[in-house]
Design a protein around this ligand. Sequence first.
Ligand SMILES: CC(C)(COP(=O)(O)OP(=O)(O)OC[C@H]1O[C@@H](n2cnc3c(N)ncnc32)[C@H](O)[C@@H]1OP(=O)(O)O)[C@@H](O)C(=O)NCCC(=O)NCCS
Length: 198
Amino acid sequence: MTEPRIAATADVDPSAKIGPGTQIWHLAQVREQAVLGEECVLGRGAYVGPGVRVGDRVKLQNYALVYEPAVLEDGVFVGPAAVLTNDVYPRSTDAGGGLKRDGDWTAEGVVVRAGASIGARAVVVAGRTIGRHALVAAGAVVTRDVPDFALVAGVPARRVGWVGRAGVTLRQDEGGGWRCPETGETYTEHDGRLSGPR
Ligand SMILES: CC(C)(COP(=O)(O)OP(=O)(O)OC[C@H]1O[C@@H](n2cnc3c(N)ncnc32)[C@H](O)[C@@H]1OP(=O)(O)O)[C@@H](O)C(=O)NCCC(=O)NCCS
């Protein structure tokens, strides 16, 4: 596989690990100790915080902001200007007015499981988990964990459907199961969770 391709204007800390075949475009920033896997693509202005772990074939679109200590598994997509936050009750200063520094607060990372996608300008509140192959609609604000394969939308984000591994909305068949019109794969719903595919 090819060496990583890093634009001259990108700011990649020397301590960050960048996998083969990964492309980092103009003005993107990758902070210290961050780890990016193979064949990732970071668009213009994307930000990856210190120590963030990113798997293989992950796409961060332009100006996507991933704050530490987020974990993005393989095949994750983060849309343009989406934000994965890390502080539920943010403050610049403490009660006495002094500047808060690293160590004065505890960062809580977002976890995005394999194959999940986050739409443009969505916000994920600190500490939430986006399940495998889930899809977060454009502009959603995720305040609760998102189950595997769930399609969530709105503010706050609610489940409005299911999507399969191909990212296409599943259709319910006569037996109550869920079928992907693209791949023909079928899934089973039980107690608000989807399992499969078969
Ligand atoms: C959520 C999404 C997958 C739905 O697509 P779809 O299944 O084709 O849905 P439709 O456009 O037929 O809309 C179905 C309903 O959901 C609503 N809807 C669609 N997108 C929505 C969104 N982002 N937030 C809230 N509601 C949304 C529509 O208004 C419509 O409501 P209605 O039935 O009351 O009229 C899609 O709109 C979306 O947000 N995709 C992510 C796009 C993105 O950010 N891409 C990033 C790369 S640029």
